[in-house]
Design a protein around this ligand. Sequence first.
Ligand SMILES: Nc1nc2c(ncn2[C@@H]2O[C@H](COP(=O)(O)OP(=O)(O)OP(=O)(O)O)[C@@H](O)[C@H]2O)c(=O)[nH]1
Ligand SMILES: [Mg+2]
Length: 448
Amino acid sequence: MTRERTRKIETTSNQLFLHVGQCGNQIGDSFWTFIDEAKQQHTSFLFHNQLNQKACFFIDTEPKVIQNYLNTINVCNIQKKEMITYPSKYYIEQSGCGNNWAIGFTQTREMVRKVMEDFRKEIEVLDRFDSTLMFHSIGGGTGSGLGSKLLQEIRDHYPKPYLLTQSVAPSAKGDSPLQNYNSILAIESLQEYADCIVWKENDELTRTIAYWKAKQHKTRKLGGGSIQSLLQNITLKDMNHAAAMDLIGLVLPYDSTSGGHNLPFNLGGFVQRLCPIPNAKFVDVRSAFYCKKRATHVLKHAIIPSIDHSMVKLCNDTLSSFTKTPWKSLSTQVIARGDEAIDTCTIEKMCKKAIVHVPWNPSSVHVDPLALGSSFHTAGATSVVTVASNRTSITSNISQFAHRASLQLNAKAYLHWYAKYGIESSRIEDALENCFSIIDAYDHLSAG
Ligand SMILES: Nc1nc2c(ncn2[C@@H]2O[C@H](COP(=O)(O)OP(=O)(O)OP(=O)(O)O)[C@@H](O)[C@H]2O)c(=O)[nH]1
Ligand SMILES: [Mg+2]
């Protein structure tokens, strides 16, 4: 059944954004700081016009991150004397979920009730409700457990609108012994309820930032930038800016080529193209930006200065940032936003050369040439490339969590932390099975 809808010119948000837990809110901070800096009528899709509020909810079970964010926008506002654009709603509790999926999933009933009630009220004032985009991490307790609960609730109450996530997976080094169970339990919910999972793994995110920094060093002839030393200097803020900007390239509205109208990005078409198979809906999304004039604060972190800044070169650099063999892509969409004429045939060929695609999909690469859009102009960008690819590389991350979780499960390690909150070991075994079925599906699809 196709869920693509007729598109009309609109002026208000048809998407809601949820930021859950520390990581989800910190990436949200970068995301909305950019939107604020680039704010023009063309970003209005991401705001509720009547109230001038961001169409987003900030949710955490501890106050630190959201409180910091609210303090910063207050300070900025006093200095800049501009209209405040607060999130639609924010929810803070005091206790945290102690890095435990079970606490986030089972002990947050009142918070879930409040969020869902306000979520419903937000939807009631929209012209149309198309999609939800949730930002969270899967390794802790709140983004992972409460995030899973919210996905379930949203899917139960609103089965048709698209449900997308940006899900941040923990680094292989690991922060917490519970991160493997948390991750596989969250992956099970993502697999069951989300239509598309934009996957960010912290190690790969760091490696990609080092890749771009090395390019900047080379272009600016700074020298001395070995990948190793560049890796050491990457901060959490860099990572969050990069993760936020990858999605900005996807969700920001664009100018139509005829009539000067602005249109919301077609997330529905994106999901249908990238994730038509229910067992394989993990997508790697990367954006690169070229700026001629002064960039806004957030964009500075994402900027790729290049001597030859043509769209084709920017595409090529972005495609080269993907790790190569042995992975294959099931489907790739390249979104090229710029004011110059865009050579889609060349970009398509380049994409097929840079990324190995499965042989059975005749339209595995799709190039979308879009006009830049004035919000990017305001932010100082002149070309923006976003490459989204549904790739088998996801199986390497999932099998790592599954392997470690199965060792812990065999040793009956840490299970009491979950049983205490009503999550028995059989539930963790099911989550493990689900991980293996995702790996099998990708293996099967990439064969041949
Ligand atoms: N990229 C990125 N990863 C983060 C950030 N904050 C935490 N993480 C990662 O997310 C995982 C922990 O999740 P958090 O988001 O801190 O936890 P939470 O959702 O707030 O849950 P609790 O604090 O356990 O209630 C770890 O793998 C961290 O490395 C961030 O700002 N950016
Ligand atoms: Mg936390």
